[in-house]
Design a protein. Structure first.
Length: 251
């Protein structure tokens, strides 16, 4: 069930028992003329995936959701929706965790960490149709379990909040998204979104490594520029990074 704020803002929900992936379900709905503002949630996925085509394990008990947005903004602004979604995930998880929420951090560009371990990831994809950009935001939240064969630590919400469940997470997330998106939609709205994201950022001011197609690049994570690019202070000067994989420490 969606939250009250989400329903009031016109968002709708479809729930499936099992799908290949909620991203593909959202894309199919788009091709069939779906007008958007649609959450698609599955109890399990057979072919869930993350960034760069990585497989995302999808056993029952975790949240697998995609949000379809039709013509939400100018194409140049679409990457900012990832920060809006990250904040919404942080808001929702904080609500479920209560006093344990102090361990939550946002890892650029698209992960939610709990105690330094990944508990949620985001996938943002765009598709141009009839001269306009449509966006699908996919998210997976480890609630009851997490994978053990990952190249990074992973965890799940029930370790800190035993009563956490899919229904509560979806309700909190849908409302948090509606509220954060309403802020972003105002003139200059990315300013407060950017500030709020940085308040919750992991590794800010520390040495990190960004894995880029041309190789790893290390430097100090100084923040985000006004458009959302990562600011990295390297040995050769300031670099602005649009996309990449972030790892803590030097290579």
């Amino acid at each position: 069930m969606l939250g009250e704020a989400a329903r009031a803002a016109g968002y709708r929900l479809i729930i499936r028992d099992e799908v290949g992936s909620t991203m593909e379900e959202a894309r199919r709905a788009l091709h069939q003329g779906e007008p958007g503002k649609l959450w698609i949630v599955a109890r399990s996925q057979k072919a869930g995936r993350g960034r760069h085509g990585r497989q995302w394990g999808s056993p029952p008990g975790n949240l697998y959701a995609s949000l379809l947005l039709t013509d939400p903004c100018e194409p140049a602004l679409a990457p900012q929706l990832g920060f809006v979604a990250g904040l919404a995930l942080h808001d929702a998880a904080s609500q479920l965790l209560g006093p344990a929420a102090g361990g939550l951090k946002l890892k650029w560009p698209n992960d939610l960490l709990l105690g330094g371990a990944k508990t949620s990831g985001l996938l943002l994809e765009g598709e141009s149709r009839a001269g306009r950009l449509n966006v699908i935001l996919g998210c997976g939240v480890n609630i009851a379990s997490c994978p053990t064969d990952t190249p990074y630590p992973a965890t799940y919400l029930k370790t800190a909040a035993p009563r956490a469940n899919v229904e509560a997470m979806l309700l909190a997330l849908s409302d948090a998204w509606a509220k954060r998106h309403a802020v972003w939609s105002q003139p200059g709205g990315f300013g407060p979104i950017r500030a709020a994201w940085l308040e919750r950022a992991a590794f800010l001011g520390e040495t990190i490594t960004i894995r880029l197609p041309e190789g790893p690049l290390a430097g100090r994570f100084n923040g985000l520029d006004p458009t959302g690019r990562l600011e990295l202070e390297t040995e050769t000067g300031r670099r602005l990074i649009d996309a990449g994989d972030l790892f803590f420490g030097a290579p």
